[in-house]
Design a protein around this ligand. Structure first.
Ligand code: 5GP
Length: 191
């Protein structure tokens, strides 16, 4: 998605060689016009997949998933990262390694909110080593629902997660794929 690549070049910052900071439009201040374009693009890619539910993970995935869900007209379920007293009843759970926090985190989705009849689209902001996406895929598998694929806003291909997950036959559509960072310059994969 050309406009997204241009925005990353204009407002993104590379930290420590591999972390892309996009706080100005995606992760802290959110550009809703851009999110609408992102939602429209996910809809174009997955509109024929019979999506019945979008799944994401808190916190940064939620806004993106909700705007995309308006185009699909389906509910969003987000995996919670803590088991608060609000989360009652049986849950699907998993453990993921958090790239940004550099530690293992448990994730939970209430069993009532996933059904075997669901056709699930997973949406997230970033795909790096694939831990977060893999954790969500395992929960979808446990529920018996059908995974139609994953929609990712920014994939960092040099961290390998996308290729590993695609090699398992899972459809992963990333709107901007960062192939490499060379001397602080972001190089995108031609799509
Ligand atoms: P993975 O689990 O694929 O290694 O990393 C994906 C998760 O880590 C995403 O949900 C995202 O929140 C976070 N993440 C990974 N890389 C980056 C990055 O470069 N920038 C930001 N802002 N978040 C990232």
């Amino acid at each position: 998605m050309k406009s997204l690549e241009e925005r990353i070049i204009k407002d993104g910052e590379i930290k420590d060689g591999s972390v892309l900071k996009v706080d100005g439009f995606l992760n802290h201040r959110i550009d809703i016009g851009l999110l609408q374009d992102i939602g429209t693009e996910f809809y174009r890619l997955f509109k024929d997949s019979g999506v019945t539910k979008i799944i994401t993970i808190e916190a940064s995935g939620i806004g993106i998933a909700c705007i995309a869900a308006q185009y699909f007209n389906v509910p969003v379920v987000f995996a919670k990262k803590s088991r608060t007293s609000n989360l009652t009843g049986e849950v699907y759970s998993g453990q993921i390694y958090s790239f940004t926090h550099q530690c293992f985190t448990d994730i939970y989705i209430k069993k009532d909110y996933l059904s075997r009849d669901d056709r699930i689209l997973i949406i997230d902001d970033f795909l790096a080593r694939g831990g977060a996406l893999d954790g969500l895929i395992r929960i979808v598998d446990d529920s018996g629902a059908h995974l139609v694929g994953a929609g990712i806003v920014i994939e960092k291909a040099f961290q390998g997660g996308g290729d590993i997950i695609r090699s398992r036959g899972i459809r992963v559509e990333s709107l901007a794929i960062v192939e490499s960072v060379e001397n602080g310059r972001i190089v995108f994969r031609d799509q």
